[in-house]
Design a protein around this ligand. Structure first.
Ligand code: SF4
Ligand code: SF4
Length: 110
C-alpha cells in the first residue's frame, strides 16, 4: 500500500560488529580523538564546508562508528587551514588530528 511517504532506513550502528582497529591506532597516536564532544563548532567555522561538504564533526563521528570510507572521502575537502582548531572548545589540535587521520587511514580505507 502506498501511503505517499516511506520510513527512512535505520542509521543504527551495532558497535559490536564494527572493526575499530584503525580507530584504536588513531587514539594511540592522537589521544585527542576521544575528546571530541560533537559540538560542531569546527564545522560551523570551516571555510571548506560550504563548497565541499567537509565536516570534521562528521568525520570523527564516522570514524568512531567504523565508517572509514565516508570519513576519508569527506576529508578530501579539507584545506588544512587550521581555522577549526581556533574554535574547538576541547582545545583539540584539529589540524594535527586531521593529518594523523590521513596517516592511519590513508589509502587502505578507500
Ligand atoms: S583545517 Fe580543514 S576542517 Fe579545519 S577549518 Fe580548515 S578546511 Fe575546515
Ligand atoms: S569543535 Fe572540537 S569538540 Fe567540537 S565537534 Fe569539532 S573537534 Fe569536536
Amino acid at each position: 500500500m502506498d501511503f505517499g511517504f516511506s520510513i527512512s532506513r535505520s542509521s543504527t550502528v551495532n558497535l559490536d560488529s564494527v572493526a575499530l582497529e584503525n580507530f584504536t591506532k588513531l587514539q594511540a597516536l592522537e589521544p585527542d580523538a576521544l575528546k571530541c564532544i560533537s559540538c560542531g563548532s569546527c564545522t560551523a567555522t570551516c571555510p571548506a564546508g560550504k563548497f565541499s561538504g567537509m565536516s570534521l564533526r562528521k568525520v570523527i563521528h564516522n570514524l568512531q562508528r567504523g565508517r572509514e570510507k565516508e570519513a576519508v572521502e569527506m576529508l578530501q575537502g579539507c584545506m588544512l587551514c587550521g581555522k577549526c582548531s581556533m574554535v574547538c572548545p576541547r582545545a583539540i589540535n584539529t589540524r594535527h588530528l586531521i593529518m594523523s587521520i590521513h596517516k592511519i587511514y590513508g589509502e587502505e580505507a578507500r
